[in-house]
Write a protein that binds this ligand. Structure first.
Ligand SMILES: *Cc1c(COP(=O)(O)O)cnc(C)c1O
Length: 373
């Protein structure tokens, strides 16, 4: 089945006596045992599993063409569960522009247990040079945040397999409808479901999908169930509901993202546009090969510096000045001031999450804002 069909049907896992077409929210924290002590409903205690979470995990497994999924209370806990499952003393390779929350985790929470090299993963030779005896994982993020760098998943999977490493991919910017890293050779896919999968800026969550149920995956499942950073049944219900329209939302986000990128690329007050759909983007050909479309995320460099960039985000009216991405409403933010004083993000960089409003209104909003700066 195709993504549109899976998204609508793969969440309907269990039969309910009231013949519901859509699964209800199951708030029970505990489930009845049989006379023989077993659990005929398949669930025992809600931290371990819950019908709404199983529905969400089932859809994401199918959409990512994987073998299993663990859902978490946030994208950050999804990533953290991977790092917790890694044996202390190991070394991992991660992108130099890794999502800043994960970089922070690795530099603080895991500073004493995991060694890391942050490198430019678009340079394949650099990866080979950094693989050591204790290297266990290559963590990729594509498209990356906030520079929209594209990493060649197939090429890195080859390197990773040759060295017996785990290849994990943060695929949040693409969503399961635009890119399936497992089909390209990745072992693990990570999503912040807070973003496109949720799609309405009203639920926080994360997920990991594995290509194979192996020993490392069992460790992650253990961290999820015993660590307990699980999403609530209501959050899972919201995500299952959102996923039903994901494929159609991604088409809209991609159409608006491309139109905004093309408009901004020719604007005299813009110094650069980072969007993988533009032929001027260095990762365009790779993106075309490994993605179905280019998504709704783009970043621009405003001519001038931080004052000009901040002025622009203050002048737009439809775009909400807020962090995060992937919702139906367009968002805009001055990224460096979100990431703090030690960020490498250019001070004149603006990150845009193209929403699903009419493109003419979005462009008109930029026109009036540029006219004032
Ligand atoms: C938001 C985000 C995360 C973290 O997810 P949360 O749900 O905010 O914890 C990780 N990676 C990327 C690329 C993100 O955009």
């Amino acid at each position: 089945m195709r993504a549109e069909t899976i998204a609508i049907h793969a969440g309907n896992l269990y039969e309910i006596s009231t013949q519901d077409v859509t699964p209800p929210i199951n708030l029970s924290t505990t489930f009845l045992r049989n006379e023989d002590g077993g659990y005929s409903g398949g669930h025992m205690y809600s931290r371990v599993s819950n019908p709404n979470r199983s529905a969400l995990e089932n859809i994401l497994t199918e959409l990512e063409q994987g073998a299993d999924c663990c859902a978490f209370s946030s994208g950050n806990t999804a990533g953290m569960s991977v790092f917790q499952a890694i044996k202390p003393g190991s070394h991992i390779i991660a992108p130099d522009d890794m999502y800043w929350g994960f970089k922070k985790q690795l530099q603080t929470i895991f500073a004493d247990t995991i060694a890391i090299d942050f490198i430019d993963l678009t340079d394949l030779n650099l990866i080979e040079q950094h693989i050591k005896g204790n290297t266990v994982m290559i963590w990729v993020e594509t498209p990356s945040n906030p520079l929209l760098k594209i990493t060649d998943l197939k090429a890195i999977a080859k390197i990773s397999k040759a060295h017996g490493l785990i290849l994990a991919c943060d695929s949040t910017f693409a969503s399961p409808c635009l890119q399936n890293p497992i089909a390209l050779g990745a072992d693990l896919v990570m999503h912040s479901t807070t973003k496109y999968i949720g799609g309405h800026s009203d639920v926080l969550g994360g997920a990991l999908i594995t290509a194979e149920k192996n020993e490392f995956w069992e460790k992650i499942r253990n961290v999820q169930q015993i660590g307990g950073a699980v999403p609530s049944p209501f959050d899972c219900f919201l995500l299952v509901r959102s996923i039903k329209t994901l494929a159609y939302r991604m088409r809209g986000h991609s159409t608006n993202g491309m139109a905004l990128a093309q408009y901004l690329e020719q604007h005299p007050k813009v110094a650069a546009v980072y969007y993988p759909g533009l032929t001027s983007h260095p990762g365009h050909e790779t993106a075309k090969a490994q993605m179905r479309d280019f998504g709704g995320m783009l970043s621009i460099l405003v001519k001038g510096g931080a004052p000009e960039a901040r002025n622009l985000v203050n002048k737009v009216k439809i775009f909400a000045q807020a962090t995060s991405l992937g919702g139906v409403e367009s968002l805009i933010e001055h990224r460096a001031s979100v990431e703090g004083p030690d960020t490498k993000t250019p001070q004149n960089l603006i990150r845009i999450s193209a929403g699903l409003e009419h493109i003419d209104d979005l462009i008109a909003d930029f026109e009036q804002a540029f006219a004032q700066i």
